[in-house]
Design a binder for this molecule. Structure first.
Ligand code: SAH
Length: 348
């Protein structure tokens, strides 16, 4: 029999389900707490519910399984990478980064990706499927359990395009910040998009407080188009317009991500174009030295060149940071661990 995924139910959906089962309303609070605070992985752990009720729940509902397949810990900075296998054998990758302000987890929003960015490992095999809300939450929950510590920040910057899985992603934001559950402040959640304009506009209207990051990567429409096929569909002008709209509606400063690729988007001309584009915008730009991917032929610029690029932007009063390279000894770039695992399975 098909069982519904109870971990993707919001608090109010769960209240409705409990009512339909003829149970008292406070049971919803107990179950939600078991699933989203105590991180139960089986109904039998819910010891304050009767055995009969637990059996009825497990007849009708499932708690999706996530099997840890691989865990890599960086010797350099304590960053950890995880590979989880979902109920249907699909794989997802997540990363834990330890900062002075707390633990930050980078989660995937899809198994694979169909956006086709030229430098990215996640998109090489295409999109397998969207992740359910519970599978996005599950990555954070499993990591919390494994390390025995709380996670305080979430970045949706792993494999996949969150705005290509809009409904499940939106529910994820609501559930991760729900006071009955994980209760992470929306201000501590960042989602990165390649620039799906209509869904950026929708997101701006949801009344959320999350940070939006835009993958910019090109200093002009033409340059962006060479790296990101999505730019054929939505022009740079439209994408920047959607960022401005997000800022107007939410008051949240947009972050621009710019992966620096040697000889492709790291020239003086690029810096000038970027300055022209971003000057006067209330924003922040994060320079990411491109992570070389086995299947791709992109190199990161020399450190000196990256610093010169940064200084040029700073000179024009643009907020700029260089992303610290974390976990470079453990398949650094997103999607590489999953990619390597899939490839090695095929080769064997
Ligand atoms: N689909 C979302 C999330 C992708 S991953 C998006 O496009 O924004 C998060 C960031 O890492 C994106 O900016 C992405 O373009 C970047 N990225 C992907 N592969 C990379 C690589 N090999 N080196 C540097 N940055 C990379």
């Amino acid at each position: 029999m098909y069982r519904n995924d109870i971990c993707s139910y919001t608090y109010s959906e769960l209240q409705g389900a409990v009512k339909n089962l003829g149970e008292k309303p406070f049971r919803a609070k107990q179950i939600y707490e078991w699933l989203h605070v105590k991180l139960a992985e089986d109904f039998d752990e819910m010891t304050n519910l009767s055995k009969a009720f637990r059996d009825r729940l497990s007849d009708q509902y499932e708690i999706p399984k996530m099997k840890l397949v691989k865990r890599q810990i960086s010797k350099k900075d304590g960053t950890e990478k995880y590979l989880f296998e979902l109920g249907d054998d699909n794989l997802v990758e997540s990363v834990l980064m330890r900062y002075s302000y707390g633990n930050s987890v980078c989660i995937s929003s899809q198994a694979g990706c169909r956006m086709g960015c030229k430098f990215c490992a996640s998109t090489i095999g295409g999109l397998a499927r969207n992740l359910r809300t519970s599978e996005m939450l599950g990555q954070v929950y499993r990591i919390q359990k494994l390390i025995g510590e709380r996670v305080s920040n979430i970045v949706v910057m792993g494999t996949g395009e969150p705005l290509d899985n809009y409904d499940n992603f939106l529910k994820f934001v609501h559930m991760a910040s729900d006071e009955h559950g994980l209760h992470i402040s929306q201000r501590n959640i960042t989602a990165s998009t390649c620039g799906i304009v209509p869904n950026m506009q929708r997101l701006a209207e949801e009344g959320l407080q999350i940070t939006l990051a835009l993958s910019l990567h090109g200093s002009s429409q033409e340059k962006r188009r060479r790296l990101m096929p999505v730019a054929d569909k939505y022009s740079l002008t439209e994408v920047l317009g959607a960022c401005d709209y997000y800022f107007r509606k939410t008051g949240r400063r947009v972050t621009f991500e710019y992966s620096l690729v040697e000889g492709v988007n790291d020239t003086d001309e690029d810096a000038k174009e970027l300055i022209r584009m971003l000057q006067g915008r209330n924003c922040h730009i994060n320079l990411i030295p491109v992570n070389p991917v086995r299947e791709r032929d992109f190199k990161k610029p020399e450190r000196k060149k990256i610093l010169v690029f940064k200084n040029k932007l700073e000179h024009h009063k643009i907020n700029v940071t260089i992303r610290r390279e974390r976990g470079s000894d453990i398949d650094g770039a997103c999607g590489q661990l999953r990619r390597r695992y899939i490839t090695s399975k095929k080769e064997n």
